[in-house]
Structures are given as C-alpha cells and as structure tokens.
Ligand binder design. Sequence first.
Ligand code: NDP
Length: 232
Amino acid sequence: MKTALVTGASGGIGLAGADALRAAGMHVVRLARSLREAKDERRTDIACDVTDPASVDRAMVRIEHELGVPNVIVNNAGIFFIKPLAETSYEDFTTTLATNLTAAFLVARTLVPKMVQRGSGHLVTIGSISDYIGFSGSTAYAASKFGLRGMHEVIRQETAKSGVRTTLISPGPVDTDIWNAVDPDAKPGFTKRKDMMRAEDVAAAVLYAVTQPEHVAVTEIRLLPAIYTPRG
Ligand code: NDP
C-alpha cells in the first residue's frame, strides 16, 4: 500500500487532501498540533508542531520506522493573517516563515533525498496565489509563499531524472478556517466565502498531480475561484 504524509491535516485543505489520498487507497499520515495520536490500517495521526524542528524530526523518524519513506508528501501546514508592513512584528514574520516555509524545508530535507535514493516519490507543495502575486498586507505570508515557490523550483532541478516528481499547487481563496480572523465577508474588496473554492477542490488537484502516469510531471497547478477579483 502506498503511503502519503500530509502536514497540517487536522482541517481545511490538508484534511480534504488526506481524505482524498486515503480514498484513493493510500495509508495517510496526518500531522498537526491538534490531532490526537491514533493509528489504524489506513491512517496514522501524529501530534506535531511543525515550528519545532525536534518535533518534526521525531515525527519523521517514527514515520520512516513504522511505514518507510512515504510515496507522497504534501507540505501543506500554514498560517495566514493580513497586516501592513509597519504593523508586522518580528514574531509575526518569523512564526509565519517557520510554519509555512521552514517546516516544509525540514520535511523535504529529511525525506526527499531518501525518495531520490529509492528512485520514486512525489513532493507536493501547497503554495498560494501569494506565491506569484504580492498583495498589500501580506509581507510575511508572501515571503513564505514566494519562498516555497523558490524551494519547489530548486528541488525540481535537484531531483530531475531521479524518478521523484514535484508539484506546486497555488490556490486563490478557499473557504477554510484560515479566513476566520480576517472575516472577508465583512470587508470590501475581499472574495466572499460563498464565492471561494472549497478545500475539496484543492484536494482534487493534489490527487490529480500524484496519480498521473510516471512519464508525466505536473509541475504547477494554479486554481482560482471562477468569480475572482484580485485585490492587489
Ligand atoms: P486551515 O487553517 O483550515 O488549516 C491549517 C492547517 O495547518 C491545520 O491543520 C493546522 O493544524 C495546521 N497548522 C498550522 N500551524 C501548525 C503548526 N505550527 N504545526 C502543525 N500544523 C499546523 O487552513 P487552510 O486549509 O486554508 O490552509 C492550508 C494551506 O493552504 C496553507 O499552507 C495555506 O497557506 C494554503 N492556502 C490556503 C488558501 C485559503 O484561501 N484557504 C489559499 C491558498 C493557499 P493545527 O492547528 O491542529 O496545528
């Protein structure tokens, strides 16, 4: 049975992605802070704060020991907020980078070389529309997401012809809890929740990317709500 590791899989896009991969027949390892440790034939849940490198290391060691190097990794865990540069604190910035970017690096650094050694595997990175457009109020978020795009491009180069494939998925607004603090329905210029995509739409893109024939590399997928007005 193939295995998939999904970070940030207690809700939103990560949970929908994990469910889609499990429905496709994989054993899915879900990581998140709020998950209770659990295990059955098709699922392993690990409580893990991805901003804590020791916690990530422990989770990686356990996954390799219990299930081997995963066939699919979805680096998804992320946080989001909107603040102008002048109001973005050092903690805002470093926590965003630690959660959205450094954690993805830690997971990739541990597992991707082992995928290369094996000659197979798929690394999916959940970027954002903010990995290619700079929106006002998103200094920290854009820094993390443009960083993910850069890391994706480099890993793609470094794993070329190894049998390991890499996909960057860059969604526009998706109706998940990540928007709760922003409250877009109450603010002019924001995509309203009813017009946003659903977590399952992004999960379908993840599934598409990782189920293509071996000779096909889905390097990048951009998704937007059909009714979309960029704020800029
Ligand atoms: P949610 O807030 O619904 O889910 C975020 C997930 O990340 C949760 O499972 C949360 O779990 C986990 N997470 C957050 N911090 C940590 C941490 N320190 N350690 C471990 N897990 C953590 O957000 P979405 O599903 O919307 O977002 C998922 C990804 O998709 C993010 O990378 C986001 O940037 C990206 N994205 C989202 C868009 C949107 O509009 N929703 C658009 C484009 C990209 P827990 O709290 O239990 O730790």
